[in-house]
Design a protein around this ligand. Structure first.
Ligand code: COA
Length: 381
């Protein structure tokens, strides 16, 4: 065996630049931009379709392009009956993220352009996936609950339909606005774990559905997207602002990982937190649940003092989704309904400039040693 110079190693790939992208930049000093646009202004003024168009195409749409793009997504929201029937076979206790991952995988063979990785075909598949992922979540949830699925309202946007198909009630304009803002905040975040998983899969020249299936599996974990589900269980346990500090100190003393805190890139605050915090405050006033924000703020103060760690977007997303009335198991799928735009944009970029992503590992096993012979009994005597 040849001797090899040891490659440099960063556990968890921390600080490693693993590729180039024109899609998104996460500024460690609490900033975030999509294709050069600061998300803070777009979160307030744009809708999700506009941002999805930007992520996929590189430029903002004009009015005509946005109308066409929104109509295309609306048309593509329909999921084949065979896929919905497949989801009906899953046990009642199936987690919505597992249902989504399975649904995305089942969609693949229904796409006539599955194995065409050209730029234009990939954009068309991305539009299909953006529409259908939303439906897989809303219809999948109703199927899992053994309820009737609800027909789309074509006049509603993706955020509006998402809300409507889950709750069964046509959302107010302010609810759609909030949902759009949340979808914009979650739409992309450069080389986060699920996007990286999607890019690794795409880099083998596997198809977009395979890449998104990988991404869904990766998003589910509590250190990534699953944190917004875990956060609400934590906040429910704390229950009142006056209990937050003692609860947190106790959890830290037990070396627990506190959900909704910390980030690999942001070290002075998550760019999305101030907007999500204000949504939580506004929603709390509207629905008469004003306790959540003070609990989170108390946790933020204590965590900053005790560990120097900042909250991430999932801390505030959790109570927002709960105040909307959604089952906590839907928190991570809501994230996916938005991040699908980013995942697809990254798969397109990967296929457009592909090189196989294949890092090395640092071997820490035994040194070369003699094989003592087989105990299976089929080797030469
Ligand atoms: N709760 C308690 N301690 C935390 C923590 C948290 N949420 N996040 C980081 N830390 C601690 C680590 O234990 C470590 O402490 P140590 O130096 O004493 O060992 C230190 O802070 C540095 O953290 P590190 O492990 O290097 O962070 P990372 O970049 O590897 O991990 C996360 C980043 C996001 C995985 C991590 O912060 C985490 O697990 N957060 C909770 C899950 C979450 O909210 N995920 C959503 C992210 S958007």
């Amino acid at each position: 065996m040849s001797a090899e110079t040891k490659p440099s190693y960063s556990p968890g790939l921390a600080g490693v630049v693993a590729g180039e992208t024109e899609i998104c930049w996460v500024d460690p000093n609490a900033g975030l931009m999509y294709r050069g646009y600061d998300i803070h202004e777009m979160a307030e003024k744009a809708n999700f379709e506009e941002v999805a168009y930007l992520l996929l195409n590189g430029e903002l749409p004009n009015q005509k392009q946005l109308t066409e793009f929104s109509q295309q997504i609306s048309v593509e929201r329909t999921v084949p009956k065979e896929v919905l029937d497949g989801l009906r076979l899953m046990p009642k206790n199936t987690h919505p993220m597992d249902m989504l991952r399975t649904g995305v995988s089942m969609l693949a063979p229904f796409d006539p352009e599955l194995n065409d990785h050209s730029h234009d075909a990939n954009v068309r598949k991305a539009i299909r996936l953006i529409g259908k992922v939303s439906t897989l979540i809303t219809d999948g949830y109703r199927i899992q609950q053994r309820e009737q699925t609800i027909q789309d309202k074509p006049n509603l946007s993706l955020a509006g339909n998402f809300f409507y198909k889950l709750t069964g009630a046509v959302p107010e304009d302010w609810q759609i606005r909030m949902m759009d803002t949340i979808f914009i905040l979650y739409a992309d975040h450069e080389y986060n774990a699920s996007t990286f998983a999607a890019r690794v899969t795409a880099s083998t020249l596997a198809d977009m559905y395979a890449a998104v299936t990988s991404a869904c599996g990766t998003l589910k974990g509590p250190l990534h997207g699953g944190a917004n589900e875990e956060s609400i269980y934590m906040l429910n346990q704390i229950a009142t602002p006056d209990r937050a500090e003692a609860w947190l100190k106790d959890a830290l003393a037990k070396k627990a990982k506190i959900m909704g805190f910390g980030h690999r890139v942001y070290k002075s605050g998550d760019s999305r937190v101030p907007i999500m915090r204000e949504i939580a405050r506004d929603l709390g006033k509207r629905v008469g649940k004003e306790n959540w924000v003070p609990i989170c703020e108390k946790l933020e103060q204590t965590m900053e003092r005790e560990k120097g760690l900042c909250a991430n977007v999932d801390l505030y997303a959790a109570p927002v989704f709960t105040m909307f009335g959604f089952d906590p198991a839907l928190n991570t799928p809501i994230f996916a309904a938005s991040r699908i735009a980013g995942w697809c944009a990254h798969v397109i970029e990967q296929h457009d400039h592909n090189r196989l992503i294949r890092p090395r590992s640092l071997y820490t096993g035994p040194a070369l040693r003699p094989y003592p012979g087989s105990v299976a009994g089929n080797g030469a005597k």
